[in-house]
Design a protein around this ligand. Sequence first.
Ligand SMILES: [Zn+2]
Length: 234
Amino acid sequence: MRILHHIINSILPYECPCCESDLIEPTARVCPKCGDYFHQSLKIQTLNMTHPGGFEPHRRMVDDRKFFFKSLYHLGTYEVHEKAIFQKAKFQDDAVMQSYIFSFLKTFALITQELGTSYIIPAPSSKPLIGNFTRRLAKHCQVRTVPVFKKTRNRENKTLDQFSRYREIQRNIILDPVKNIPFTSHDRVIIFDDLWTTGATMNHLCKLLVDCGIPAAQIQCLVLFIRPRNHIDL
Ligand SMILES: [Zn+2]
C-alpha cells in the first residue's frame, strides 16, 4: 500500500492531508511544514495519575472521580493537524495515514519494556483502527494481545449529560463472556484507545480489569490523542 502510494504520488502530486498544499516529494505523507509540526509535537508523553508520594489506589482526582489505572500515555493533543490525519486513518481507513501515525506510536515499545508489560488490550470499537494498531503494536513490542472487551450496542447517545453517559458506558461495554481472561494479578497490562475525551470509557475498561483481580497499579492506559478541553490539571 505504501509503495503504491509512492508510485501514484510521483505521477499525480498528493495533497497534504492537513493543509491541502500539493506535495512534490514522492515519498512524503504530509508536506514539509506539517511534517516538522508532527515531529515536534507527536511523542509519547505521560500523565501520572497517582499520588506523588506513591500509589494510592482509587485516589479521588481533582474532578472527584476515581481512576483505576496508574498512568495515561498519549501521543499528543487533538488539535487541527492531528484531527486531519486521525480522521483519515480512522473513518476513511487511509492506510498511508495509518502507517504515518503508527510510525510515531511504535516508539512506545521502549515503555512497554520498562513497564514489563505482558498484554496490550484494545478498547472495543466499531471501526477497525484500534484493533489494527493494537495488533501492530503488540507485534512490534513483542507482547501478547487479547481483545477481552465487547460492546453490547454500538449506538451512543451523545446528548446525555456526563453522569448518564457514564452509566450508559457501564451498561454497554462488558468483558466478552466467550473469551477466557488469560492474565493474572501478576500481569502488567496496557489498554489502548484512540481518543481520550472525558476518560469515562477508559476508566470503565480499567474498572472491569480491577474487578477481575488486576491491581490498578498494574494497569496503564495509552491513547493516541487527548482532546484539549479535557487536559488534566495535576
Ligand atoms: Zn501540510
